[in-house]
Design a protein around this ligand. Structure first.
Ligand SMILES: [Zn+2]
Length: 41
């Protein structure tokens, strides 16, 4: 398990590297609408 060195509240979209914002307890990309799954991977 790797530890992120970035700020815990700054997520990046893997699809377009846009910003992910909290949306109804989930994260959603503000650019493409990408929503990562919940839980650990
Ligand atoms: Zn995106």
């Amino acid at each position: 398990m790797a530890t992120s060195q970035s700020t815990t509240h700054d997520y990046r979209c893997p699809e377009c590297t846009g910003s992910l914002q909290s949306h109804h307890e989930s994260l959603e990309c503000v650019d493409c609408g990408y929503t990562p799954r919940h839980g650990s991977d």
